[in-house]
Design a protein around this ligand. Structure first.
Ligand SMILES: [Zn+2]
Length: 58
């Protein structure tokens, strides 16, 4: 059993069809999202490291 999300209205449902508008509901991709998020976070961390090194020189 997994949660699906309607492509039309955004309704969450356990079925592959939206109970509200009868459109297709698909599984959201949390794994893909977390990869993107960690990459963004990694870049942010590198920027912070770079800034702190530059500040240390002065
Ligand atoms: Zn819907």
């Amino acid at each position: 059993m997994s949660i699906h999300k309607c492509t039309k209205c955004g309704q969450y449902t356990l079925k592959e069809t939206c109970p509200k508008c009868k459109k297709q509901a698909v599984k959201p991709a949390p794994a893909k999202f977390s990869i993107v998020h960690s990459q963004k976070y990694g870049k942010y961390r590198r920027e912070l490291m770079k800034q702190s090194k530059e500040q240390a020189k002065e």
